[in-house]
Design a protein around this ligand. Sequence first.
Ligand code: ACO
Length: 309
Amino acid sequence: MSAGILGMGKYIPKRIVTNTDLEKVMDTSDEWIRTRTGIEERRIADDETDTSDMAFSAAQKAIQNAGISARDIDLILVATVTPDQPFPTVACMLQEKLGARHIPAMDISAACSGFIYGMVTAKQFIDSDTYQHVLVVGVEKLSKITDWNDRSTAVLFGDAAAAAVLGPVTEGKGILSFELGADGSGGKYLYQKDRFLKMNGREVFKFAVRQMGESAVHVVEKAGLKKEEIDFLIPHQANIRIMEASRERLGIPEEKMIKTIHKYGNTSASSIPLALIDAVEEGKVRDGDLLVMVGFGGGLTWGALTLKW
Ligand code: ACO
């Protein structure tokens, strides 16, 4: 028995903000954003919809997709850096909204690596037979910490939620290997201050190119896999150039990388599960496929895993 994904669900805000829309409110251009980042549009949640509301919508769908009820959930983990408030956590709010039992619930703050941190944490409880069903949600309302006067960050982010129910799956399927890490000395390159997200884009870029590539290679080696066996790479959707660099480092062809950055921008903790859901819905990822997921984020943190779907 190993730990795998039993069901997934997403929430995407209705409002689409294109690069052309941004051109009207700041000194930027569609051409600059596309060529530097690969982003064409992003979704922005309305004022009435907070992080826990998005998490609730995605979680409901994931639970239904897994064929269980909210009362079957044994642990809730919510990866976010944009909670409704510092406490109570989004996870506790979600427990109440879902009508789950009085099970443990906590938020994980690891920025864009948060969903991988959550999956690996869930795996420990499932492998040890402590819990059967762990709900892991990646959710961000980054628009509420975006400084719309800072064009170097404002064009990059979007809002979204994606959830997965993890539980025991047939031996040989599920999570095969993982790697988690953090380097606190890089905290100065990406942080929140005075309400807003601040970033040294060049330093984050250099770190991400190196770490995403290395971690992806490490987890493939740890699982005893050859690169030819990998069906899809699902990298954190931060910047198409960073994603391409990790794909090249892994040595796999272009069509094996899942890309959603053009339509959602960088949605931090929800970006990897969101890309996976879309790939499954489009019929790209199929039963038995070998996936490599890799992310990096503020902290600085990183995480990667291999998963047999
Ligand atoms: N529109 C037009 N021009 C812009 C914009 C914009 N939106 N933003 C910056 N510029 C200008 C700059 O002012 C600069 O002009 P200058 O040369 O006259 O000074 C020029 O474009 C080049 O700027 P750079 O910062 O050198 O551009 P770069 O090629 O590094 O791309 C980017 C910037 C896209 C931010 C890149 O560095 C990057 O992707 N970094 C990583 C970001 C990332 O992945 N962050 C993850 C955060 S997720 C989380 O944890 C929440």
